[in-house]
Design a protein around this ligand. Structure first.
Ligand code: FAD
Length: 374
């Protein structure tokens, strides 16, 4: 029986990056994943020659040069820049809120005109409060960006996301609403951005190359539960509460569901991400996957396209756990579990499930790069 230095539970970006680094450090590693494929949430399914982001659209972005150099040493990244568009009842607006949005909203052409329009609408909202602090999300958002942007681009989108009226949502959900007085549709402020050439699976394959891996193996229902028999250390990127058999209670999650279909045309919406911020459509966004990796003529060289509608969905047992719930109960419970995790000898807890924290991809990689692997 082969004995490993590390058994890694989960082949998402945390597990795969750890495996790569451990191999570089001369360690013997086994990676197991309960899913039928590797890659965790960045896994893409190829449909009609298009990489479909099965677990939600993923755009890599970072300010960290080391992380950017690291991922580019595994696979080249393309020039994709995320520039979402909002379709409000057939009216199109660029996001994030910038000079293009303000031109589309009001016909203003200079930052000065845009700022005075926003200031005028904010002042109306503040006057309506009559000295009170904003009591709910609606009042808060109105004081930050004014009525037009709120009503067309925030109100119903937020209501679809949370399943509640903006007047019933707490004001703290929206602390800031940045407005950009530039013609700049780039959603992220980070210096580096892109999608791996050939898709995220190439990144995962590069990280796991030459490493022993097994799919379809659930840690808790396999011989590896008794992991000390097989390895000196365990890297665990599964759910934190499951590791402790839910002994303090279950942590809650939020989820999203997707309806994916093939369209028999080369170009459905002309952009990877189109938001639908009104109640007249039940979904919040439509993702057209080919635009993450195909540009210009390439879009038309591929005769079909794949689109996914995204729906905000209440989490139920058995669904994909996507986002940790940031409320007092869950924060406190997760903290208790994290304290237990610290006491586990020879076990490293990592990643979004293992720490019960939302991380973008780059911070997950950064965490692993900072570890000294012994
Ligand atoms: P995961 O990718 O979830 O991997 C964990 C793996 O562990 C899974 O493969 C799972 O099957 C396996 N596993 C769990 N339990 C067991 C078990 N008992 N036995 C065996 N295997 C097990 N980040 C960005 O930077 N940009 C984006 O645009 C972006 N979009 C996102 C969209 C959505 C909908 C979501 C949910 C996240 C998004 N993220 C994005 C964040 C990104 O997905 C995470 O940073 C990344 O997936 C974290 O990797 P991970 O290894 O921690 O977890």
């Amino acid at each position: 029986m082969m004995r490993y230095n590390y058994l890694i539970v989960g082949s998402g970006l945390y597990g795969a990056t750890f495996a790569y680094r451990a191999k570089q450090a001369g360690k013997k590693v086994l990676v197991i994943d309960k899913r039928p494929q590797f890659g965790g949430n960045v896994y893409c399914e190829n449909i009609e020659g298009i990489n479909v982001h099965k677990y939600g659209a993923h755009i890599f972005h970072t300010n960290n040069r080391d992380v950017w150099n690291f991922v580019n040493s595994i696979v080249e990244f393309n020039r994709y820049i995320n520039c979402p568009v909002a379709n409000y009842k057939g009216e199109l607006y660029n996001l994030p809120f910038n000079m293009n949005t303000f031109y589309q909203m009001w016909g203003v052409t200079t930052p000065k005109e845009a700022q005075s329009k926003i200031d005028e609408q904010k002042a109306e909202a503040v006057a309506a409060l009559d000295g009170r602090e904003p009591q709910n999300l609606e009042e808060q958002a109105l004081t930050l960006v004014g009525k037009d942007i709120f009503e067309k681009l925030i109100k119903e989108y937020t209501e679809k996301q949370w399943g509640r009226n903006c007047k019933e949502l707490p004001s703290f959900i929206i602390k800031r609403l940045p407005v950009r007085m530039m013609f700049d549709n780039n959603y992220f402020n980070d210096k580096y951005q892109g999608i791996p050439v050939g898709g995220y699976n190439k990144l995962i394959e590069g990280l796991l190359e030459g490493i022993d891996c097994k799919t379809g193996v659930d840690f808790f229902h396999s011989e590896y539960q008794n992991w000390r028999k097989y390895a000196d250390r365990l890297v665990y990127t599964g759910a934190l509460d499951e590791y402790f058999d839910y002994k303090l209670g279950k942590l809650d999650w939020r989820t999203v569901s997707f309806k994916t279909r093939v369209e028999d045309i080369p170009n459905y919406q002309g952009n990877a991400v189109v938001n639908y911020p009104s109640h007249n459509k039940p979904y919040t966004r439509i993702i057209e996957h080919k635009h993450f990796e195909m540009f210009g003529k390439e879009v038309y060289d591929c005769p079909k396209t794949v689109v996914s509608e995204e729906y905000s969905t209440e989490y139920e047992e058995g669904m994909e756990p996507y986002y940790p719930v940031n409320d007092d109960r869950n924060n406190a419970l997760a903290e208790e579990y994290r304290k237990l995790a610290e006491k586990e000898e020879d076990v490293i807890f990592g990643g979004r499930l293992g720490l019960y924290k939302y991380f973008d991809m780059a911070p997950v990689i950064e965490q692993v790069l900072k570890l000294s692997i012994i």
